[in-house]
Design a binder for this molecule. Sequence first.
Ligand code: SAH
Ligand code: SF4
Length: 419
Amino acid sequence: MARAALKAAPAEEPETESGLTEGGDASKFHDHLSIRHKSRQKPPRHLADMTREEREQTVVDLGLPKFRAHQLENHYFAHFSVDPKDLTDIPAVQRQSLANRFFPKLITPLLTRTADNGMTIKTLWKLFDGARIESVLMRYPMRTTLCISSQVGCGMGCPFCATGMLGLTRNLSAAEIVEQVREAAKLVRDGGIAGGPARLSNIVFMGMGEPMANYRSVVSAIREISALPPLGFGISARNITVSTVGVVTGIKKLAKENIPVRLAVSLHAPNDTLRDELVPMNKRFDLETVMDAAHDYFLASKRRVSIEYALMRGINDQAVHARQLARRINGYGDDWAHVNPIPLNPVEGSKWTASKPEDEAQFIRILRSAGVTATLRDTRGNDIDGACGQLAARYFAEHPEDEAQFGAFDSIKKAPETC
Ligand code: SAH
Ligand code: SF4
């Protein structure tokens, strides 16, 4: 196995360069990416932002017994309920004030669009400060998957990505992430998606944002999504995928958390020259460093890593690229990675467009004949601006008055009208 040596990392990596931030509003990296962030208010503190002890302390401070906190956890995580009317095991006079204290409204649907005969539902959410994020719910025969956002916008600047064009506004709090899951889990349970009542089974961090740039909130959200009720929704960590552009510091840290989440790495190119152009983060963590970290994650988690690869016509989709990619993957051994090529969902105004179907087919054929497993990723919801950041981009293109009121999306002028 031609195991490449890790690039020497500086003893103490400055946050501004590592790409990994603990999250919240304190890191230098975050301020560097979002000058406006410091002046922003934090989202109201929600039950899903607190530890069990903090929840207990909060009810005790209100003069109530500790077990009220456990009842609230049960309503929230086991029944997806935040409505005071549902808190029937709590004295009627306390219900409203407890709901106000623990369940402040963090996300409100602004727009929903459905596709695939009601099997795909995309929602644009408004946050407490007017910021917008998206989530996409997709029902398949054997599973129901929710794609969630981890940040408002993204600071990583991938030029083919609508979210990248929006720039970063701010990190989401853990509860803002968890609320996307609760809303979807409730909808699926109550038959709000075509096909009848079901259970939300899978979560992918492939909506807006770079999860590793909001590490702390993302990991606490994962813990709450996967813990068994009443401390979480009980969605197995094995069914949660964290997708990263290749923030190696984050991949390494996640490997040590001992949570068996699946890692997806957005590679998009088999050599550094091309990846430098498509993924600016490659200048910080090059391909070899990213692949080493991905393989180490596989060794630590025993879970196959997904390699995401958006096929762009004539750019990264030729036979030579497929061969280079197969060589790189096989250099680490067999059966440790699975490639998910996806036809680019073109962002108007950018110079890249989707591959020709025959080039997609050839790309997959070459990978498979080299022994690398590959499945063309589903393009669910493309007709409803399904890719990352596209619905938000369209919304602001169509609602310039909102854009004026919500100045944080000022980079929208550069963003395309997609679809
Ligand atoms: N920031 C993380 C996760 C969010 S993006 C990451 O980059 O991995 C989720 C996935 O959508 C990534 O694989 C990303 O490269 C891909 N993506 C972004 N824009 C796309 C587009 N226009 N067409 C196809 N895939 C796209
Ligand atoms: Fe950010 Fe991922 Fe889009 Fe790149 S592809 S800009 S990392 S959301």
